[in-house]
Design a protein around this ligand. Structure first.
Ligand code: CA
Length: 230
């Protein structure tokens, strides 16, 4: 069963029609509160979650789900009218499994749902971010180097999600503050250096720290060059 959390009736109707044609059962909620009410007694196979809802942000529900031992493994696809890269990263770092930008077509929706369900059952791991020997799975927040788990603080995790999503590109400290830190009050570029240092330290035992490159006068970049002969 798929749970749709969406306040716009036309989208609910469209999704209901698409899912029923694909032979999938659907429950729907218009608010975060309604969704949480349903989740007390029902366990969906997947949640389609709108970003902007009347009572709270969809991200708030996503964050609560990911902290809930019984529900944290339910796959979530965010539905949103926002197409900004930073929004996508925000959703993924909180643990969304995928992200669909409105307007979307029924075939696209069904294909994405099927892909996420396949991944959730372990048949396909293509949702993970990977560079060389380093991998990160946004759904489970598992970071690994050569299959060995790496434990990171929340800021370093967000920073790595961002760098792995944009391998090879160089970002200035100011850009990283915008994309990764977003809501900090003091915009000190030193903050970025501190987190880069922590990230390298966590990766160093696996010799993956060299992937985080300092580009003199420009900023930082994650590169697989020089690692694994790539
Ligand atoms: Ca909405």
């Amino acid at each position: 069963m798929i749970l749709l959390v969406e306040d716009e009736a036309p989208i609910r109707d469209m999704v209901r029609f698409a899912l029923s044609r694909a032979g999938m059962e659907m429950l729907d909620a218009e608010t975060v509160q309604q969704a949480e009410g349903l989740l007390i007694t029902r366990r969906p196979d997947l949640i389609l979650l709108d970003w902007m809802l009347p009572d709270e942000d969809g991200l708030v529900l996503l964050r609560r789900l990911r902290k809930d031992k019984d529900k944290q493994d339910i796959p979530v696809i965010m539905l949103t009218a926002r197409a900004g890269e930073e929004d996508k990263i925000k959703g993924l770092e909180i643990g969304a499994d995928d992200y669909i930008t409105k307007p979307f077509s029924p075939p696209e929706l069904i294909a994405r749902i099927k892909a996420v369900l396949r991944r959730a059952t372990g048949a396909d791991t293509s949702g993970k971010l990977q560079a060389g020997r380093l991998s990160l799975h946004p759904g489970t927040r598992l970071v690994q180097c050569d299959g060995l788990e790496i434990s990171l603080g929340p800021t370093e995790y967000r920073l790595l999600v961002f760098l792995l999503s944009h391998t090879g590109r160089v970002y200035s400290r100011g850009q990283l503050l915008d994309y990764v830190w977003q809501n900090v009050r003091e915009r000190e570029e030193r903050t970025v250096d501190v987190s880069i240092r922590r990230l390298r330290k966590a990766l160093a035992p696996h010799a993956c720290d060299v992937m985080i490159r300092t580009v003199r006068g420009a900023g930082y970049s994650l590169s697989v060059k020089g690692v694994d002969g790539a």
